[in-house]
Design a binder for this molecule. Structure first.
Ligand SMILES: CC(C)(COP(=O)(O)OP(=O)(O)OC[C@H]1O[C@@H](n2cnc3c(N)ncnc32)[C@H](O)[C@@H]1OP(=O)(O)O)[C@@H](O)C(=O)NCCC(=O)NCCS
Length: 208
């Protein structure tokens, strides 16, 4: 029997997760919930209302949820709310992702198509590795962090909780990116990024 699953968030990341789940055997998407529910189905998936619909879904046997919220802090907060209600947050890895056997992926984390995880890479709870991102050997992606499409974390890079590494950015081996820091699209990170700092450019410098 397939696991019944609800998606929280009907925006762009929600649409990405609908497509991901269509390629994953073992899950049946029962619908979407959103704080501002769209009037029409999204990619053919019914919209079930806002979070007030969740207890009824749980009671009806839908025990799994995935959190499709792009804002990193909001995604973690929503994950905690749903876990407290009793939902399970499965890790979702697209079948085209390539994972080293020693890589670890935490609950609620999402690996979109063509992600690569190297040896001993660790991906935290509710983190996102977006399409084509590469997290090389010994990298650590903190909980609720987001590594954007095509970004490359060279070996040993540490991405702090809730940090965002923008699309196409590249990070030198063993640099650390602080909690809630932002690396702009296309940046080349060659030195530590302090917590909460936004950086961009080649080499990456602090942005105003
Ligand atoms: C870094 C980023 C967050 C800044 O966004 P913002 O706060 O809205 O900033 P602004 O666009 O107002 O730009 C502020 C300044 O930074 C510069 N800047 C913005 N992004 C930059 C980047 N990636 N590299 C270099 N400079 C950048 C702008 O040119 C501007 O400079 P100015 O003040 O001299 O004109 C955003 O540009 C970015 O790269 N986000 C990553 C998004 C992403 O890849 N998400 C993945 C999910 S699919």
């Amino acid at each position: 029997m397939r696991d019944r699953l609800v998606i929280l968030g009907a925006g762009g990341h929600g649409r990405a997760l609908i497509e991901l789940l269509r390629d994953l055997p073992g899950h049946e998407v029962v619908g979407l919930v959103d704080a501002r529910p769209p009037a029409a189905p999204v990619l053919g998936v019914p919209v079930l209302g806002d979070e007030s619909a969740l207890p009824g879904l749980l009671a009806a046997g839908c025990r799994q949820a995935c959190i499709a919220i792009g804002d990193n802090a909001a995604r973690l907060a929503a994950g905690a709310r749903l876990e407290a209600m009793g939902f399970l947050l499965p890790a979702l890895c697209h079948p085209s992702a390539i994972l080293a056997r020693s890589a670890e992926v935490g609950p609620g984390a999402v690996l979109l198509p063509r992600v690569v995880l190297g040896a001993l890479a660790r991906v935290g709870r509710l983190a996102i590795l977006n399409t084509g991102a590469i997290a090389e050997h010994d990298t650590v992606v903190g909980e609720g962090a987001h590594v954007g499409p095509g970004a490359v974390l060279a070996g040993g890079v540490r991405v702090g909780a809730r940090a965002l590494v923008g699309a196409g950015a590249a990070c030198r081996p063993y640099v650390g990116i602080g909690e809630a820091a932002v690396v702009g699209v296309g940046a080349a990170v060659v030195a530590e990024v302090p917590p909460g700092q936004s950086v961009g450019g080649v080499p990456a410098r602090a942005l105003r």
